[in-house]
Design a binder for this molecule. Structure first.
Ligand code: ADP
Length: 449
């Protein structure tokens, strides 16, 4: 737009300059004709110049100024094309022209309705006398060219605008195409089917990065949803088993009249199974409660030694009942950042397992120390141990090494997954060393405060 305006203005100035040059040329030519040829009157000179520049249809007249009576025109010698009373400027302009030098030649544009439907461009050239030669040419050509330029510019501008908006919308449509397919795929994705991915076609741009992020997010969601599905399947299964056992045993019991001893045995078994169910439900409730906990609650400085001492004190009786020795002699002060209740639960679960999987006469030892800016909590037992190949699975939810053994001891396979969750949320790492029939050692490494 601005460029168009500059172009138009530049072109107009150029055309006016050209016109002024023509005016100067005609005036010079007229003057020369009169000056150089003897016997040529001003009338002749004007006629000759008009003939020579007929294509420009110039108007030429000589204005003779009064030498003594200032500001009055003495006489005008005009071309036959100029009717009387027209083509005359204000007198002072002639006098100004007469006095002017070449640098301040007088050009002016005036509307002369009797002579031309377009304004006339005038030029006044001082010649010998004191006379002024007045030449005028219609600006018709200039205006015509400018109008043409204007039309070309408007048409080109409109076309450019159309092309730009067309091109712009095409580019935008092409650029947004992948976004459309993202939207389409996103609409098709439900929790029922998280296997869909958007085709990136190896795009390296921002859209490619966006699609990749989206695909990665869906992959993570798919993994989580599958985990949840697996988990709820496992939960139903684990809760169903004790129920099936209770129901089966009662059904068998009710088939005929039984001795008191038989009733007692079945009731005892039903009690065991229902405590197992209670333990599973307790563990599940604990997991869902802590998973929803605000993690900022895990940030208090706590003395691990006190927690270990209190757990050992509480669990000592069940160890003694089983004929085990529970030792906590090498427990040094060590502070960690975390949640007291959760840390208590973690240590309880590991000690409970040690009691559960160590036969009578065995020994369980708890050690706590701070070594080189790391805190090491060890729980050693002289129990049945865990086979090497099964070690990587013991932290999985509902994983039990030996179903019948866990059933006897009341385990449901959630204890260690809780331990792992608590360790992960305290920046701690768990190491397990175990030898079958010799014993197991759980080492928990905490970052020190
Ligand atoms: P459970 O409730 O069955 O004890 P856990 O998640 O606590 O479940 O442990 C998973 C499995 O790891 C157990 O079934 C058990 O076989 C094994 N395990 C855990 N701790 C010990 C240990 N101290 N000694 C031997 N085996 C262990």
């Amino acid at each position: 737009m601005l460029a168009g305006l500059f172009l138009y203005q530049g072109f107009k100035e150029r055309l006016m300059d050209d016109l002024d040059k023509v005016l100067l040329e005609i005036a010079d030519e007229t003057n020369e004709k009169w000056r150089k040829k003897r016997g040529v009157t001003w009338e002749d000179a004007i006629q000759m110049a008009e003939a020579k520049y007929s294509s420009h249809e110039p108007f030429i007249q000589l204005v003779q100024l009064a030498e003594h009576r200032e500001q009055q025109v003495e006489r005008i010698i005009r071309s036959e094309r100029i009717p009387e009373g027209t083509f005359q400027l204000e007198t002072h302009l002639y006098y100004r022209a007469d006095k002017s030098d070449l640098d301040s030649l007088v050009f002016t544009t005036v509307r002369e309705e009797h002579l031309s439907s377009y304004p006339l461009r005038f030029f006044l050239l001082p010649v010998r006398g004191p006379n002024v030669l007045q030449v005028g040419v219609s600006v018709e050509n200039v205006t015509g060219s400018l109008n043409q330029l204007m039309i070309v510019m408007v048409v080109a501008g409109v076309m450019l605008l159309l092309l730009a908006s067309l091109g712009g919308s095409l580019i935008i449509r092409k650029a947004l195409q992948p976004v459309k397919s993202v939207v389409q795929t996103a609409n098709e994705i439900t929790t029922e089917d998280l296997s869909l991915r958007i085709d990136v076609k190896n795009r390296q741009d921002e859209i490619g990065a966006l699609v990749k992020t989206f695909n990665d997010m869906i992959a993570r969601l798919e993994k989580s949803v599958n985990k949840i599905r697996q988990f709820s399947g496992d939960v139903s299964h684990e809760l169903r088993t004790p129920l099936t056992i209770i129901r089966g045993e009662i059904e068998v019991l009710l088939r005929k009249k039984r001795t008191e001893e038989e009733y007692m045995k079945t009731l005892k078994s039903a009690l065991e199974e229902s405590s197992r169910m209670e333990k599973i439900i307790d563990d599940l409730l604990f997991l869902s409660r802590v998973e929803a906990l605000d993690k900022s609650k895990f940030n208090k400085t706590v003395q691990l030694k006190e927690i270990v001492a209190s757990v050992v004190k509480i669990r000592n009786q069940s160890a003694v009942n089983k004929g085990l020795t529970l030792l906590a002699e090498k427990v040094k002060p060590a502070r960690v950042k975390g949640n007291k209740e959760l840390l208590e639960r973690m240590i309880t679960n590991v000690i409970d397992n040690a009691i559960r999987y160590t036969p009578s006469g065995g020994r369980i030892e708890v050690l706590l120390a701070e070594i080189q800016n790391a805190i090491r909590l060890e729980i050693r037992d002289t129990g049945i141990g865990i086979p090497d190949e099964l070690l990587p699975h013991i932290f999985d939810r509902f994983y039990v090494v030996d179903k019948s053994r866990s059933r006897e001891t009341g385990g449901a396979g959630l204890g260690l997954s809780i331990v792992k969750w608590i360790a992960d949320n305290h920046g701690a790492e768990i190491e397990v060393q175990s030898k079958e029939n010799q014993g197991t050692t759980f080492i928990i490494h905490f970052p020190s405060v």
